[in-house]
Design a protein around this ligand. Structure first.
Ligand code: SF4
Length: 350
């Protein structure tokens, strides 16, 4: 099977080509063709010798996933179900903000974390995505955006899967995306989101990169978190908060706590106070991003009212916590993460 060069970091590609007797510069040339000139055919890489192009053709590829299903929402959101070479399908979503085009990338095929509110977790993980496949999600979206002279400017690794359960591949992908000769997307424009794998958070804090970290918290206490996020039994709140604090100290970066508001479960003002107390107690300088819930038919949870969302946000801000409410996208398509894939897998969406 040919090796897919997409998603190789520049140093991985350099090492690979040097082992084939090429100069260090060769990888930079291939990177420039792929990411700056959008050329995915070795034959067209005319500043590379014919012999090496033939070798690349024989042993490597630059294949993209295929688009299986596309949904376009009236607000400009594009949701794709893309199909990998082995038939595995994952969702990837383009969200048009006024500051640029953000893509939400899936990192695994299915997810084992079992968050109770999540459509992605309805199907267990069958395998990890490779760095090439994650890069493929972005490049496929870029091909669509090219029609309007646009391209992906922000990446969030927040789709199906737990990124730190696929740590090495995710790191290769984001480093290739961030590289000045790669997609050249600034570190501050890339976010990796974890449901709270403490070992991964600690490791990430020592990567020496400025890429953002988001923590899917969704509860102010173990008592509530245990009801909706099984991971909290393995990593209770005190361990999670200590790891986040250490991350901030080591990486010198603030984290964002993602918090999905679920009516009657975690959206009371008492919960807002408890969350503020928690963050202050650990001396964490976090942002909180409140997320209105996209309801999922198979799940019992309901979206909090706009009044409850506003009151929760106001209380956090009054308590000195920098708080935003996430803009809602794709209201007229299968907006919840994993919803489209789930429909297709179960036959409903075909
Ligand atoms: S919310 Fe994220 S980590 Fe939790 S089940 Fe869904 S995809 Fe997995």
């Amino acid at each position: 099977m040919k090796k897919n060069l997409l998603g190789y970091t520049l140093s991985q590609m350099t090492e690979e080509f040097v082992s084939l007797g090429q100069t260090k510069y060769r990888a930079k040339q291939v990177y420039t063709w792929v990411y700056q000139k959008h050329v995915l055919s070795f034959a067209e890489m005319t500043d590379i010798s014919k012999d090496f192009r033939a070798k690349l053709e024989a042993e490597y590829c630059l294949d993209l996933p295929k688009i299986h299903t596309r949904q376009d929402a009236s607000d400009g959101t594009i949701k794709l179900l893309v199909e990998m070479e082995d038939g595995a399908k994952v969702e990837t979503v383009l969200m048009p903000y006024n500051y640029g085009d953000a893509i939400c990338v899936s990192s695994q095929v299915g997810c084992n974390m079992g968050c109770a509110f999540c459509a992605s977790g309805l199907h267990r993980r069958t395998r990890n995505l490779t760095a090439a496949e994650m890069m493929g999600e972005v490049l496929v979206m870029n091909e669509l955006l090219a029609e309007w002279g646009r391209h992906v400017t922000h990446i969030v690794v927040m789709g199906t899967g737990e990124p730190f359960d696929n740590y090495d591949n995710v790191m290769s992908f984001i480093k290739a995306a961030n590289d000045q000769f790669g997609l050249a997307i600034g570190a501050r424009h890339i976010t990796v989101s974890t449901c709270g794998l403490v070992d991964g958070i600690r490791k990430y804090g020592h990567e020496g990169i400025q890429i953002n970290l988001a923590i899917s918290l969704h509860a102010p206490s173990d008592q509530i978190r245990n009801q909706i996020m099984p991971i909290s039994k393995a990593y209770p709140m005190d361990q999670l908060m200590e790891a986040v604090k250490d991350y901030e100290d080591n990486a010198g970066r603030r984290v964002t706590f993602e918090y999905i508001l679920l009516a009657g479960l975690n959206d009371s003002l008492a919960c807002a106070d408890e969350l503020a107390d928690l963050i202050h107690h650990y001396g964490i300088f976090a942002y909180v991003n409140l997320i209105p819930y996209n309801e999922v038919v198979e799940k019992p949870f309901k979206r909090s009212s706009n009044n409850a969302i506003k009151a929760f946000a106001d209380r956090l801000m009054k308590r000195g916590i920098n708080t935003t409410v996430r803009k809602e996208f794709g209201g007229d398509i299968d907006a919840a993460c994993g919803q489209l894939r789930s429909k297709v897998i179960t036959g409903e969406g075909q």
